[in-house]
Design a binder for this molecule. Structure first.
Ligand code: C2E
Ligand code: MG
Ligand code: MG
Ligand code: MG
Length: 282
């Protein structure tokens, strides 16, 4: 009986994979034209100073405005992008959009943080792509930050190391994204010039459990403050999580409680605080 159900499961799995491969191929072809045809858009989510709840920076998040399927989140296409070597054009697009956002809004003095795929680092010469986006928009390097996961920080190649070092030397901040989910040695991650980290949302979800969630949040907030980095706690959805985050020593946060990611035209930068907070550039 176990054998029979096992076979059923694997048949279902094989069928699913076959279908999936086809789905991926068609998404890949569509994505190539989406990048060309300008169907990708960038939304922006505020990062707030927790004490005052004022916006001090924005995270750029890509979306695909699909002609028939509507607005697609990255989870539906980022993996395909990575496998199909489309992360380089996608990354360049988001960086150019982020720089254009800054250049178009002289009243906005904060940073825009851009997510960088591990595949963009080193082999894809990220430094050159970032420099091109900054130069064509006239934006100062300190206005851009790059969010990189632990695995991206741990790339061992010479080219990857050169990319991260030269970006930081240019004045572009490197920020560890989804901190705590990467199973990496802290000492190895910190061999890079890291300016800040973002605590992964899965820990925020566990705030208030009076055990792991709270202890991890407190420990990482302490780590951030003692290493003189800036720390952002991600995924704050409730007032209770917000209060806990403050209590644990976090100064910056991000989450639906403050704002969902929004299209550029819905971000009213004239109403954003000019703030001397750690993420405000310059
Ligand atoms: P991430 O960089 O960790 O971004 C945070 C994600 O959490 C975003 O999802 C954001 O909308 C979501 N989020 C923010 N606050 C809350 C909250 O309070 N509750 C919940 N449930 N979610 C919240 P999104 O935009 O779907 O992006 C998912 C991931 O896709 C990102 O995770 C990032 O790894 C990747 N990504 C997004 N944009 C880009 C991009 O331009 N390039 C690359 N390479 N990756 C990107
Ligand atoms: Mg991010
Ligand atoms: Mg994150
Ligand atoms: Mg992520």
């Amino acid at each position: 009986h176990a054998k029979a159900s096992g076979r059923n499961r694997s048949e279902v799995f094989t069928a699913h994979l076959r279908e999936n491969a086809l789905v991926r191929l068609s998404i890949e072809a569509e994505l190539r034209s989406a990048i060309r045809e300008g169907e990708l858009v960038v939304h922006y989510q505020p990062i707030v100073d927790l004490e005052s709840r004022t916006t001090v920076a924005l995270e750029a998040l890509v979306r695909w405005n699909h002609p028939t399927r509507g607005l697609l989140l990255p989870q539906h296409f980022i993996d395909v992008c990575e496998d199909a070597d489309l992360v380089v054009p996608l990354g360049a697009f988001v960086l150019h959009e982020a720089c254009r956002f800054i250049a178009d809004r002289p009243d906005y003095t904060g940073r825009v943080l851009v997510n960088v795929s591990t595949r963009q680092i080193g082999a894809a010469d990220l430094t050159r792509v970032v420099r091109a986006a900054l130069e064509s928009s006239g934006v100062h390097p300190s206005r851009i930050g790059l969010e990189i996961t632990e695995s991206g920080m741990l790339l061992a190649t010479q080219a990857a190391h050169a990319d991260l070092t030269s970006l930081s030397a240019m004045g572009v901040d490197l920020i560890i994204d989804d901190f705590g989910t990467g199973y990496s040695a802290l000492s190895s991650v910190l061999q890079n010039p890291v300016a800040g980290l973002k605590l992964a949302r899965e820990f925020t979800l566990r705030l208030g459990d009076r055990s792991t969630g709270d202890r991890i949040s407190t420990a990482v907030a302490t780590l951030v403050n003692s290493l003189d980095m800036y720390g952002v706690i991600e995924g704050i959805e409730t007032e209770a999580q917000y209060r806990q985050a403050l209590r644990h020593g976090w100064r910056l946060g991000q989450g639906f409680l403050f704002s969902h990611p929004r299209p550029a035209e819905q971000i009213d930068t004239s109403r954003l605080e000019r703030s001397p907070e750690p993420l405000a550039a310059g």
